[in-house]
Each structure stands twice: as C-alpha cells, then as structure tokens.
Write a protein that binds this ligand. Sequence first.
Ligand code: FRU
Length: 465
Amino acid sequence: MNTNEELSAILQSVMRNSAKAIKDKYYPHWHLAPVTGLLNDPNGFCFDGEYYHLFYQWNPLSCEHKHKCWGHWRSKDLITWQHQPIALLPDEIYDKDGCYSGSAVIHQGQLTLCYTGNVKFEDGSRTAWQCLAVENQQGGFDKLGPVLGLPDGYSGHVRDPKVWQYNDIWYMVLGAQNLDKQGKVLLYRASHLYQWQLVGELAGSYVGGLKDAGYMWECPDLFELNGHFILLTCPQGIKREQHRFLNSHPSAYLIGSFDYSTLQFQHGELIELDAGFEFYAPQTTLANGRRLLFGWMGVPDGEEMYQPTIANGWIHQMTCPRELHIKENKLYQQPVKELQQLRQNPAYWQGIADDAPDINGFLFELEVALFGSLTIHFSDTLALIIENNQAVLKRRSVKNGEWQSRFWSGDIKHLQILCDNSSVEIFFNGGAGVMSSRFFPSEEQTICFLGKDTINLTTWQLKNA
Ligand code: FRU
C-alpha cells in the first residue's frame, strides 16, 4: 500500500468499526483505548509546557500485532484527551514492518519523535533503524529518516529509543539482544540528535552483577528520582518464580546510582514493577517536577488473543496515569491526583467486611483501611484475597476458564482500587505494590466484600472522561 491507500484503509476502518468498539460493554469510560484495532505500548509521552502528549503503538486495521502506526492523543489535564492526526505510518523502506516504540523530546521548540523503524526480510531475519520525525504545521509529523543502524555484535532486535537531555548532551537507551541471545540495554550519547555514539551496555544479562536475565530487554527508560536512578525494562525470558514474574513477559526495574561522568550504572536485583496480569512497556516523562508513567494494560504472547473485545474489533487499553516516588529505596506508584476530579457521590462505611454493602457496576474507585484479612469478589471472574501478609489476585483464564493467580507480599493496611468496566488497578499501601488487570465478567456486575475483620471503606462513583 502507498501512503494514500494506507490512510484511506485506516479511515475506513475507523469509520466502520469505532461505534461498535465504543458501545462494547467492556470499553473503558475513562482509560485510553483504541477506537478500533490493537493498542500496545505508550510512546512519546511528554509535556510541552501546555499539553501532555501520549502516542501509542496502534494497528488500526485489525486486532493483530501487525502494521504498527503511532496514534496520538493530547491533554491539558491528564483526564480528557483529544485525538490528534495519526503521527507515523509504516510507509518507508526503513520502517515498512512497523513504526515501533520510542519517545519524544522538544528539540529547538519542535516536538520530535525518536522511534524504531522495523524491517523484516523473507528469510525471517530483521533489522532495525532508529529514526526521527518532527511535528509540522498541520499537527502531523514529517519523517527525517534513520539516524542509527544496528551496532556490531547485536541481532536485529535493537529498538525502543528513550531519549533525554542532560547538561546540553543527548542520551538514549535502547533495548537490545546480542548475538549470544542475551538481553541488554545500550547507552548512547550525542551532541545533536543526528549523530549517536555508543557508550556501551548499561545493564542486562551478565552486566552489573546480574546473571542470565533473559534473551531480550525491551522498552528501557532511565531516570533520576529523589536522588536515585531507576531503569525500567521489560526483560523477556527471565525465569518464572513461584510468586513473581508469572506473566508471559514481565515489566521490571533496577534501582541504583548513575554517574554522568563515568556513565556507569550500579544497581541491585530486578524488581517486578506491577504484579498484575496485564502490565507491560511502561514509559515515563518529567512534567513540572513530577515523574509520570503510563503503562500498557496488556502483555504480548500470553492469552491476549482470547480477549472477548476482539469480537467488537478492538483490544487493550492504557493504565491510568501514575506518579512515581521513592520511599525507603523502593519505587511507589500512585494514580495522579488529577484523577480525583472523576470522583462523585462519596460514601463511607465501617464495620465487619461480611456486612459491607455490595457495589453495583464497574465504574468506581475505593479506598479501604484494613485491620486483618479481606476478600473482594469482582463478579464471578476476579477475586482479591488478602491474608497472612500476602495479596492473591485470582482470575478466570479468558482461554479456558481456569483460575490463575498473581501475588504481592507485604503487610497490607491500605488499598486503593480503580475500576473501569473491564480493568482494575489495585494499589497496596500507598503504591508500594500495584496489580493491574483486565477482567471480563458476565452480566452480573457486583463487587462484594467478605471477611470477619473490620474495614473502613470509602467509595466513589467515577465520571466518564
Ligand atoms: C513491546 C514491543 C516493543 C516494540 C513494540 C512493537 O510491547 O514489542 O519492543 O517496539 O512492542 O509494537
């Protein structure tokens, strides 16, 4: 397809299918989701002084992982978002098999995208180009072409540039795989965006004290927070443990120190970033001093293709925007305070959990102070069980109906839960732990509380955004 044919196919797809998606009972009321087709990673998350921009991996033509474009939304308040012209189409030889993930920076006053051009060959091999595109007068983007090819010693899996500036120098981290199939994060440096110099491996399998840590690290993001440095990464192929890293691909972080003079990163072990069933490829930005994050509420290669929304032509959504902090050397995530504007009709209740009133409908937020064990049933498909210093989230598999479990350990005193039709985000103890999950209940939409211990409950209905 040439560019015009492609645009017309996308327009037709949106016009034919979006009403069906938006009317789906599982379609979110205030989370970001595609109007049709498949959404995956958040891309190019940034703040230009007036607007937040969020781009996203989008296949507008079907619910498959193909034909990746960059969709674009912008917002002044992180709550109401407007569609912007589609930003990138895979219509050049250097990005013909997908405009893959990347980031955005403001360069010389212009919003500039740094993304991966993915190219596949007939023999099954692939290559990748790191490319630039710059915003034009119409709100679309003009491609400037590739600025970096594959480094020596690495496979065709090198992608997802996250670019930032520090003291007039540009830096970039890239997800990569070396020729021995070890996952790495590469660090680059540049004095302008067109000429990058490889510094070396920032982290990865057999780097910085880690042993085998997977065959490919995707979507890296390095930033400073409260005097520490955090590297977010999605290390594919790490070992599943009894209670951690149970998704087909996990999202994790390393915490430590990074020195801009030696460009060395010292860090500890990989820590899971979100213990739920669906969370991947998070990206952050710094806005007015706050470190904000969006994640994809999905994971690749799991049971995603069994999700029932595919029947209505759409799949996946973003997480809510979250703010990050560090307390006692641990990363905390909390829903941004702006989301409180969605709250209405607060209700308070205190007593034994068994006596608590049910909540009807799946568009609510709640906070619970706990004084012991508690079970919360979300209809017949999802249950949160808190006892013995552990939270277990159980969900029926969309593939075969069997119960599956995810875990978070800690002495849980407080819960904040955000629910939006077919998604739930559970924050433990002020964000020390998070579980993000989709769930697709049958007709009955009730939340009920079970347990012999006391709870203090605050609930709000949430408005549409
Ligand atoms: C992560 C990822 C990225 C890639 C993009 C393609 O979900 O695999 O590594 O750039 O998705 O859509």
